[in-house]
Ligand binder design. Structure first.
Ligand SMILES: [Zn+2]
Length: 360
C-alpha cells in the first residue's frame, strides 16, 4: 500500500515540472530571449505566473516510509511502523477523571480522537534477525498492515527474519503474522509466553469469554495456526534469556501473559514493552490511569509503575508499541503532580523521544 502510494506521489511530483519544461521549451523556440525578459522578471519576483503554478500543485497526503534506525551497542534496532489509527480515549480510560484527560490532552497539544501508532521493532544482533510484534495486519483496515512494506523499505525481507517475539496476543500485535492462512515470515520461529497461549489459544477459555470477546481468540488462533502446523511456534515459560542480549520478562496485567523484552548490547538497554501503556499524554503523568483493554487493572498499574521507575533510574531506552512513531525514547522521573484532595499522587514521568540521528 505504502509502496503504491509512494509511487503515485513520485509520479505526481515529476509530471508537473516536466510539463513546465515542455511549455518553456516551446515558448523559447518561438521567441528570442530578450522578448521573454518581462516574463522571466515576473517569475523571479514571484509574479502571477509562478504563484498560479505553485497553487496548482496537488496535496500529496502521504508520509515518509515508516522506519527508523538506531544502534544499541552492537545491535542495530529498526523501528517499523505498521500504521496509525484514531481512538477516542475518553471512552477507553478508567481510574482517571475525564477533566484530567482534557487537561492532559491540552497540555500535549492533542485533541480527540488521538492517533495511535502501531509499531514493531526489528533487532539485528549480528547473528540473528529478531522481530518484536508484527502489527495489526488487516484488523485496522487500510490504516494498518504496512509492516512488510516498511520492512522492505528498511532494507530487509520477511524470509530473513529468524525469530519473532510476541509481547501478547492482541490483534494489533499478531495480525501481521499471517495473511489468508499463510505465514508471512516463512523461516521465523514464533515465541510467546505459555501463559498467553494458555488463554488465547484455548477453546475452553474462548467458550468462557463473553460472546463479544470471542473474536480476539479466533484472531489469535488464525494468526498462529501456520506456525503451529509447521512446528515453528515455540512458547516459553517464565523469565528467560531467548538469545544472548535478549531476555523475556513477564509483565502480566494488560493480558495474562503480557511480556516485556529487555534488549542489551554492551552498556545499552532498550526495553520493548508492548502495551505496558497506551497514551503518553495521560499515562506518563499518571501511570495509575488504566486503559480498558488492561485485563487486570491492578496488575497493569503495578507493572507500569515498576518498569517506569526502573527504566528511568537506569536511563534505558524504551520502545512502545503505541508510542508515537518511532516509539523510542527515554523516561525522566518528575515530581508527583498535585492532587486536589491532598492524597498521595503517583510518581509522574516525562517521555523524551529519541533525538534524530543517522546510525554510525
Ligand atoms: Zn496494542
Amino acid at each position: 500500500m505504502l509502496a503504491a502510494r509512494a509511487a503515485k506521489s513520485f509520479q505526481g511530483s515529476f509530471t508537473m515540472p516536466a510539463r513546465w519544461i515542455q511549455a518553456g521549451r516551446a515558448a523559447g523556440a518561438r521567441r528570442p530571449l530578450m522578448s521573454m525578459l518581462p516574463l522571466l522578471l515576473a517569475v523571479a519576483l514571484g509574479g502571477g505566473g509562478a504563484q498560479r503554478a505553485v497553487a496548482g500543485a496537488p496535496l500529496q497526503k502521504t508520509q515518509a516510509p515508516g522506519w527508523y534506525r538506531m544502534m544499541l551497542g552492537e545491535f542495530e534496532v529498526t523501528a517499523l511502523s505498521d500504521g496509525t489509527a484514531p481512538f477516542r480515549i475518553h471512552d477507553l480510560f478508567t481510574h482517571i477523571a475525564p477533566t484530567q484527560i482534557d487537561a492532559d490532552l491540552a497540555q500535549a497539544y492533542l485533541k480527540e480522537p488521538v492517533e495511535f501508532s502501531v509499531n514493531a521493532f526489528l533487532i539485528n544482533t549480528g547473528s540473528k534477525l529478531v522481530l518484536i510484534d508484527t502489527g495489526a495486519g488487516t484488523i485496522f483496515g487500510p490504516s494498518g498492515g504496512h509492516l512488510l512494506t516498511n520492512l522492505e523499505a528498511a532494507g530487509y525481507h520477511p524470509e530473513q527474519v529468524d525469530e519473532i517475539y510476541i509481547t501478547h496476543m492482541h490483534g494489533d500485535h499478531i495480525g501481521g503474522l499471517t495473511r489468508n492462512g499463510q505465514a508471512l515470515f516463512p523461516r521465523a520461529n514464533v515465541h510467546c509466553a505459555q501463559t498467553e497461549a494458555d488463554y488465547w489459544l484455548s477453546d475452553a477459555q474462548m467458550q468462557k469469554a463473553p460472546a463479544d470477546k470471542r473474536e480476539g481468540f479466533k484472531t489469535a488462533m488464525t494468526a498462529f495456526k501456520p506456525y503451529i502446523d509447521s512446528k515453528r511456534y515455540q512458547p516459553f515459560r517464565g523469565n528467560v534469556d531467548l538469545l544472548p542480549g535478549i531476555k523475556a520478562v513477564a509483565a502480566a496485567g494488560h493480558t495474562p501473559g503480557h511480556t516485556v523484552y529487555w534488549v542489551t548490547s554492551r552498556t545499552e538497554t532498550l526495553v520493548a514493552w508492548g502495551d505496558l501503556m497506551h497514551v503518553a499524554a495521560v499515562q506518563f503523568p499518571d501511570p495509575t490511569a488504566v486503559m480498558k483493554f488492561d485485563a487486570d487493572a491492578a496488575a497493569a498499574i503495578a507493572e507500569r509503575q515498576k518498569i517506569f521507575a526502573e527504566v528511568a533510574a537506569h536511563r534505558d531506552f524504551v520502545a512502545g508499541a503505541h508510542l508515537s512513531f518511532p516509539g523510542i525514547g527515554h523516561l525522566r522521573t518528575d515530581a508527583p503532580r498535585t492532587t486536589k484532595g491532598g492524597s498521595a499522587a503517583p510518581t509522574s514521568y516525562t517521555y523524551v523521544p529519541i533525538a534524530y540521528g543517522v546510525p554510525q
